[in-house]
Design a protein around this ligand. Structure first.
Ligand code: C5P
Length: 323
């Protein structure tokens, strides 16, 4: 029996712009993904056997759980069979724009080939990830990353420092397809240039390792195109955003299509003070997690099962059971 205790970390979108609706029904995006310290816990165990049997234990019922879909896809691609068990401790709020289901799926894509002893071509892993959901491929890399297209075309950005912050989960479930529909973007391929111009300014700042404040206050700052439509539907979110700003968060934004809001602070003390000033809200202390740290955590979780490469920073990880 090969076992591992995994941490599937959440993401925030430091910035998210929606350009146009595409012929395939998805929207063309420009986004900056960032890993945060909030995580689901997943215990995984695999024992090779002639027949495949997969079970998932979880205190919360999750319909159409991406963990099981990811496991089926990996076993089919590797051709391995066995007894596979998952125990999920769900901590990332669902329907919050934090990629909770996506990071769980990516965790399976990273860990299961290692445990099953069959490394897959990385292109195949990326392909399976994109089939599972638009946010899944990002979690195969982590850190600060630029997402284009559906959000599945990824490029590394220099890691931002591990800044402290707070995450507010207001318990409002925003439907992602509804939020996209509410934007009312045209079916067109003409680039929406004002959006692209300010997004480029932001990425050039990030390239220098500098995270600007809010777009409204400083040219080239961070923005989220979903905020106006989602805040209109849920005025409580607009008020919470205002509160985070007053408490000194810079920047404060909604993540993805909502409803979670994050605020970053210069120090842990200021973040803690802000959390204490939000009584009655579900607030999580968070830290930004670099790609280096993200990949090091993966290496640590799977250390008993990975091949010891001469290069300790090799990514993706390779199985020690591979034949
Ligand atoms: O890929 P995923 O299943 O996460 O997407 C959920 C829904 O969000 C899609 O069915 C689509 O309505 C919308 N979406 C979109 N454009 C994207 C990503 C998601 O329109 N780039």
């Amino acid at each position: 029996m090969r076992t591992a205790r995994l941490a599937a970390l959440a993401k925030i979108n430091l910035d998210l712009r929606v350009l146009h609706r595409r012929p395939d029904g998805y929207h063309e995006l420009r986004t900056v993904f960032q890993t945060i310290s909030l995580a689901d816990g997943i215990d995984i165990s695999f024992a090779p056997a002639r027949r495949t049997q997969v079970t998932l234990e979880s205190a919360v019922e999750i319909p159409d759980n991406l963990i099981l879909r990811a496991a089926d896809a990996v076993l089919a691609a590797t051709g391995r069979t066995g007894t596979l068990r998952f125990a999920l401790r769900k901590r990332i709020p669902m329907g919050g724009g934090l990629g909770g289901g996506s990071t769980d799926a990516a965790a399976v894509l990273l860990a299961l080939p290692v445990l099953a002893g069959q490394d897959l071509p990385w292109e195949r892993v990326l392909e399976i990830a994109a089939e599972l959901g638009s946010d899944v491929p990002y979690f195969l890399y982590g850190g600060t990353a630029l997402g284009l297209g559906r959000g599945t075309e990824l490029y590394p950005l220099p890691d931002l420092p591990a800044r402290p912050g707070v995450l507010v989960a207001p318990g409002i479930h925003v439907s992602t397809p509804d939020a996209y529909r509410a934007l009312g973007r045209e079916l067109t391929s003409v680039p929406y240039s004002p959006i692209l111009n300010t997004f480029q300014s932001l990425v050039w700042s990030l390239e220098r390792g500098f995270l600007p404040g809010l777009a409204a206050e400083r040219h080239g700052g961070v923005s989220n195109d979903f905020e106006p439509v989602v805040f209109r539907q849920h005025p409580r979110l607009r008020r919470l955003h205002g509160t985070l700003r007053r408490l000194g968060a810079e920047p404060a934004r909604m993540s993805g299509s909502g409803s979670a809001l994050f605020g970053l602070f210069p120090t842990r003390q200021e973040a803690e003070r802000a959390a204490a000033a939000l009584p009655g809200e579900t607030v999580f202390p968070i830290t930004l997690v670099t790609r280096r740290r993200y990949q090091a955590r993966w290496r640590q979780s799977l250390r008993e099962h990975i091949a010891m490469d001469a290069e300790t920073s090799a990514w993706p990880l390779r199985s020690r059971y591979s034949r």
